[in-house]
Design a protein around this ligand. Structure first.
Ligand code: GDG
Length: 458
């Protein structure tokens, strides 16, 4: 595509390194978009810290525009409306969403600020590509200020069933916000269907095929499951450095017979507590296993100042501690728990060291960890245990599927996973690798930026 792409997301794809300089964030989206943006695009977002970089700067051959968000707005817009209202509501309401007019006001204000930045740093003909739940009002604000702009929007988290969405006091405003985009993308068919139902119920648009008609405008909806950069994971996993890391990791863990792995951002949607409970059940039912297996749980710090998150952390740490005190001994700890962020090379080594990857979200837009595990298993081995409520479950059909609400079922699935015979493990992993290889991040980018999806004439 020759059009210049302006990516707008809550965060810029950079982070501050320990020496105070800026470095690219290691995220997959950044890797996928870098070549496109290096041909002349811009990334607009918040730098993640109050005293950020200059407003506009070139980094990694990409123009970056930093939007400023004040401390009060971090509270009301980011921690408040984004992560205290929208995040829980859009994740099946598994924590009670809070509705505060002050948060809503801040959300509107910050969305307007992003719109000003887009207008200032784009020119006619650019494609504006807006990401995620932080910026649901942005398409409409832009459409009003610059009606001819081509706008695409992608939601990374699930769109909830209409019965839940109905509770939102600002349900109409947010739908109108999104509906001003030309193309609206979702991770799964059910999110797409939920959005279309909500749009026809509360925003009075007509739905037909993949289109929505809003007066004289047509909006296209698209289901496009996001993926990972298969080649990069495959290459890291194949490197001699990874082999050394795997040996070190296994040695440090005491060379257990079987390693189960969980790696998640701290979040109550990820079901980290579920897998610890299931693991405790497994050990209770099979006491002989405590000497032979180890669950490694890596928790990446996230949104730590929100009460639900610190509560979840405490609960997880208590569960891990209890399992170690009940089933452990002086020289054995059945759970190895860390609360830290690892670099990607180390994470891939853990993926390769793990006989079973345990991914048990109660609800998840996609879950990239599941796909990264598959992309890293260059040895065609390893079993993926995957919640049926992760978006990734629709594609990774050869995973061992679990209902994360059924703790006994998850415990049985863990046992089944490491009892699985090698030929079946290989067949399943090869099939999943084929799926992720063919539907990798580049394929997703091609689909979501496909020029033939451009505005449809009525
Ligand atoms: C949202 C949606 C959707 C993990 N440990 C470390 C680390 N990670 C990286 C993984 C992975 C990413 O974090 C987590 O991605 P997920 O997809 O699992 O989850 P969310 O953060 O909730 O993402 C989700 C996604 O958006 C994309 O659309 O799939 O459903 O909730 O890439 O590798 N990264 C580093 N250190 C770690 O220890 N650096």
């Amino acid at each position: 595509m020759n059009q210049r792409v302006i990516v707008v997301a809550n965060r810029l794809p950079i982070r501050r390194s320990e020496d105070g300089t800026w470095a690219p964030s290691p995220g997959g989206l950044v890797t996928a978009l870098t070549p496109i943006l290096q041909r002349g695009g811009t990334w607009i977002g918040w730098a993640g810290v109050g005293s950020g970089p200059p407003e506009r700067f070139r980094f990694n051959d990409i123009d970056h525009v930093a939007v400023s968000v004040s401390d009060a707005e971090i509270d009301d817009y980011y921690l408040g409306f984004c992560n205290g209202t929208l995040w829980p509501l859009f994740h099946d309401g598994i924590r009670a969403p809070e509705y505060h007019r002050r948060w809503w006001n801040a959300y509107q204000r910050v969305n307007h600020r992003y719109a000003e930045a887009v207008l200032e740093h784009s020119r006619p003909g650019d494609l504006i590509w807006i990401h995620d739940y932080h910026l649901l009002l942005l398409p409409q604000i832009l459409r009003e200020l610059a009606p001819e702009t081509e706008i695409r929007f992608f939601l990374h988290i699930p769109f909830p069933p209409v019965e839940l969405y109905a509770r939102l006091p600002w349900r109409r405003q947010l739908l109108d916000g999104i509906l001003a985009a030309d193309v609206v993308g979702f991770q799964t068919e059910s999110s797409t269907a939920n959005f279309r139902k909500a749009a026809s119920t509360f925003a009075g648009v007509e739905a037909a095929d993949h289109l929505l008609r809003d007066g004289g405008r047509l909006i296209r909806t698209q289901t496009a499951p996001i993926s990972v950069d298969f080649g990069t994971y495959d290459a890291i996993a194949n490197s001699p450095d990874t082999d050394d890391r795997i040996s070190r990791i296994k040695r440090e863990l005491g060379n257990p017979e079987h390693i189960l792995l969980g790696a998640d951002r701290l979040d109550y949607t990820k079901g980290i507590d579920v897998r610890l409970r299931a693991y405790g059940t497994l050990l209770r039912q099979n006491p002989d296993l405590a000497d032979r297996i180890k669950l490694v749980q890596i928790v990446v710090p996230s949104r730590q100042t929100i009460g639900d998150y610190s509560d979840m952390r405490q609960e997880i740490e208590q569960l891990a501690g209890r399992i170690n005190s009940v089933h452990g001994g002086r020289h054995r700890m059945p759970v190895h728990y860390t609360y830290e962020s690892l670099d990607r090379e180390e994470l891939v080594a853990y993926y390769r060291a793990a006989d079973v990857m345990v991914v048990t979200p109660l609800v998840d837009g996609m879950n990239l960890v599941a796909k990264e595990y598959v992309a890293s298993r260059v040895d065609d081995d390893g079993v993926l245990l995957l919640s049926e409520f992760a978006g990734a479950a629709h594609e990774l059909t050869e995973a061992v599927r679990v209902n994360p609400y059924d703790v006994d079922g998850v415990a049985r699935a863990m046992r089944h996973a490491f009892d699985m015979d090698p030929a079946e493990r290989k067949r399943r992993m090869q099939e999943m690798r084929q799926t992720v290889r063919e539907n990798d991040l580049e394929a997703w980018t091609r689909r979501t930026l496909d020029p033939s999806l451009s505005p449809v004439a009525v």
